[in-house]
Design a protein around this ligand. Structure first.
Ligand code: ARG
Length: 467
């Protein structure tokens, strides 16, 4: 051992301890303590494997196991004393193990390195978060299905360019988000399947000469198999990047929906009322009910996408294998995961609680000549006009209605006939918003019967776990 101020784990060749700034830039314990449970789990399995392979004594493995369990309860009970001088969670745990059980602690690190250890810990942590994202998305999808079912045939304006385009159904709009969040869920499922290989046993970078059993540790830690290349095992953070990329896309979807909720809950729109449970008041304006949860969900995408770009940038250009740069992955992953889980839960709560204003949606749907396309389609179907001519005739009728400040359905038949003599009274049947949505039965279209079929499809798929 070197000077007593040097590190007890690697101080053999060091005469001096680190500068305070060195310690500050190097230590990760302030954040990687969140890996404690996974770190201890990995060590427990590693020690058991070493004993079974005859690499360490059974009695040493038993002492290590007992010591690790004690450490876990100390950490969970809040009595564990973390030390920045011991850099990270791995060395904090090992140093405490030494205090608790003495010499056998020194045998735990046989055939292992902090490089494969940290790769394992972060991978297990991210795997749990992928599972949590899948669970959170499933709950959100469930809330959306309930909204879609309640309002499968409620008519609302559909927008393009934020201008009223054509009537759609509330259920169809909710189901659009079901599609988006279900794709997010399948991205997490895919990423989880790809990340489920165990890097433990890659050791520092080259593998080890000890007769370890990587299949055993992989299986015991819930992995499908061990990773195949030791260099890649310690250098790879794709699992974190895939999780972050999936999270960023999901957060982008959440922000779009949150934006709609902010707009829809405004006095000008009144499409929905958010519950008191997911709104806040103003300290000065007594009438205010603010959609803060929706605004914060809208904003969380910033840090999640930021974390994705940050870790991509950290990994860019790193030579194989491990470099300390990779320690910078954790805070980004932790922060993004926390933000995503909270945003998913807040969105689920808002969706479960919100009340759609059926009448307000209907009134808004009828504004802005939203059935003009239906009129043009009628001219094509009933009078045999080419669509381009029908478009032109309809445009003239819209202009007439606009000049008179009335809706298309309020134009008299004689007036319509001045634009095209062939128009008959039947045309009024297609000018209602209900007729408009009911007619759009093409696969994926907005008709209420399509919405109900889509809900059934999703419920059945979910039951079959075909996500
Ligand atoms: N705290 C380190 C990290 O998060 C653990 C691995 C350290 N490995 C090393 N060779 N210094 O990346």
């Amino acid at each position: 051992m070197g000077d007593k101020t040097s590190n007890t784990m690697w101080g053999g060749r060091f005469a001096d301890g680190p500068d305070a700034i060195m310690e500050a830039i190097n230590a990760s314990i302030s954040f990687d303590r969140r890996l404690a449970r996974h770190d201890i789990e990995g060590s427990r399995v590693h020690a058991a494997m070493l004993a079974r392979q005859g690499i360490i004594e059974d009695s040493d493995a038993a002492a290590i196991r007992e010591g690790l369990l004690t450490i876990l309860s100390e950490i969970e009970g809040g009595t564990f004393r973390f030390s920045a001088a011991l850099e990270d969670i791995h060395m904090n745990v090992e140093a405490r193990l030494k205090e608790l059980i003495g010499d056998p602690a020194g045998r735990l690190h046989t055939g292992r390195s902090r490089n494969d250890q940290v790769a394992l810990d972060v991978r297990m942590w991210v795997r749990d978060q992928a599972d949590a994202a899948i669970t959170g998305l499933t709950a959100l999808i469930d809330a959306l299905l309930a909204q879609a079912e309640a309002g499968a045939d409620w008519v609302m304006p559909g927008f393009t360019h934020m201008q009223v385009a054509q009537p759609v159904t509330w259920g169809h709009h909710m189901m659009a988000y079901v599609e988006m969040f279900a794709r997010d869920r399948s991205r997490f499922t895919d990423a989880r399947a790809r990340m489920n290989e165990c890097p433990l046993g890659a050791a520092a970078l080259a593998g080890t000469g000890f007769p370890i059993d990587r299949d055993m540790t992989a299986a015991a830690l819930g992995f499908d198999r061990p990773t195949a290349n030791s260099l890649d095992s310690v250098a790879d953070r794709d699992f974190a990047l895939e999780f972050l990329a999936s999270a960023a896309i999901c957060a982008t979807h959440l922000s779009r929906f949150a934006e709609e909720l902010v707009i829809w809950s405004s006095a000008q729109f009144r499409f929905v009322t958010l519950s008191d449970r997911f709104s806040t008041g103003s300290s000065i304006m007594p009438q205010k009910k603010n959609p803060d949860a929706a605004e914060l969900v809208r904003a969380k995408v910033g840090r999640i996408t930021g974390a994705t770009v940050a870790v991509l940038t950290v990994m860019k250009g790193l030579p194989l294998t491990y470099s300390k740069d990779m320690q910078e992955d954790k805070e980004q992953v932790f922060d993004a995961a926390d933000a995503l889980m909270l945003a998913l839960a807040a969105m689920e709560g808002m969706v479960r609680d919100m009340t759609a204003n059926r009448d307000g949606l209907r009134t808004a749907a009828a504004c802005g000549f939203s059935t003009a396309t239906d009129l043009a389609d009628w001219l094509v179907r009933e009078l045999g006009l080419p669509f381009r001519d029908a478009h032109h005739v309809t445009g003239a009728l819209v202009k007439m209605a606009e000049d008179r400040g009335c809706d298309l359905s309020a134009l008299g038949l004689a007036d319509m006939q001045t634009v095209h003599g062939g128009i008959t009274g039947d045309v009024y049947d297609v000018l209602t918003v209900e007729a408009s949505v009911a007619s759009r039965r093409s696969f994926g279209g907005t008709a209420p019967e399509n919405v109900r079929a889509a809900i059934t499809r999703w419920r059945t798929r979910e039951m079959a776990a075909d996500v």
